[in-house]
Design a protein around this ligand. Structure first.
Ligand code: SAM
Length: 286
């Protein structure tokens, strides 16, 4: 983030010639962790906003869209997910949503930066909402790529909740990482990934999709608009050799009702519709 000519506002320079400005009514924290620069400020529309290396990661007001779509879509598409792995996810929002499913017996979260976790527990408790205290959660502080390379555990759903492919998050967008993730899936298991905003980060999506195409029988992406991930709807990578995407609306509705989860964005209709891609995104597919 850098200063704008408007006093009290900060500019997030995101892409060539494009960014977003956010008002900072109070800076609550600004410090360098072992891995990245961590900052939290208060914004009148989004509540508390956390940035890493100057890029918005999570806000109190709009995180529900991102977290609901990266958990409920794969978990309900799978239909019997017991073991969930989250790579990244330091703010705890992804764990919060995954743990709302009574069928989920364990969530393993591999976050590279203990500083983010500690910090979010203190300054953004409304994101994790107690998820870090759930006995089903195992928190591992490690590089997600290194964990994936070493692990012999298997998971029904793997969620990659990473930063963008710069800095520590870069390794989570490589063919090698995706290959190891596939190996760690159970039969019918589903991999979903944070894949950026294709209008402004199209090349990143194409690169990931090229790897997914080589690995999975059913590969592609689905979409949702998250206001602070500026530039249009964002893409979530989807890869599986199982029948998850083929679940009918009636099946998804029945599973959603059985889970008895209240959501603010996710609905079974959104679940199905999110896989419909606009032409410019289709053309980014390899
Ligand atoms: N949804 C956000 C976005 O798209 O801007 C990102 C959410 S944030 C929770 C991403 C997390 O990934 C951060 O806590 C960061 O520390 C973590 N992370 C980055 N690189 C990682 C790696 N190689 N292994 C594990 N976690 C990583």
């Amino acid at each position: 983030m850098t200063d704008t000519p408007i006093p009290g506002w900060t500019l997030e320079r995101l892409h060539k010639g494009y960014g977003q400005a956010l008002e900072e009514t109070e800076v609550l924290y600004d410090s360098q962790t072992d891995h990245q620069r961590l900052r939290v400020f208060e914004n009148p529309r989004f509540g508390r906003v956390m940035t890493l290396d100057g890029v918005v990661q999570v806000t109190e007001a709009d995180n529900f869209i991102y977290h609901e779509m990266l958990t409920h879509v794969p978990i309900l598409a799978h239909g019997a997910a017991k073991r969930v792995l989250i790579i990244g996810g330091g703010d705890g929002g992804m764990a919060r949503e995954a743990l709302r499913h009574p069928s989920v017996e364990s969530v393993t979260m591999v976050e590279i930066d203990a500083g983010v976790v500690d910090f979010c527990k203190t300054y953004l408790p409304g994101i994790s909402k107690g998820a870090f205290d759930d006995p089903r959660l195992t928190l591992v502080i490690d590089d997600g790529a290194a964990f994936m390379r070493k692990t012999d555990q298997k998971f029904d759903v793997i969620v990659v909740d990473s930063t963008d492919p710069v800095g520590p998050g870069e390794v989570l967008f490589t063919d090698t990482f995706y290959g190891h993730a596939k190996r760690a899936l159970t039969e019918g298991g589903i991999l979903v990934t944070q894949n950026g905003v294709p209008f402004v980060q199209g090349e990143e999506l194409t690169n990931s999709m090229r790897a997914f195409k080589a690995l999975f029988a059913d590969w592609g992406c689905y979409m949702a608009t998250v206001p602070t991930y500026a530039g249009g709807p964002m893409a979530f990578g989807w890869g599986t050799d199982g029948p998850g995407r083929g679940a009918t609306l009636a099946e998804i509705e029945a599973r959603f009702a059985a889970a008895a989860i209240e959501t603010d964005y996710y609905t079974p209709e959104i679940h199905k519709a999110a896989f419909a891609l606009p032409g410019y995104v289709r053309r980014l597919m390899p």
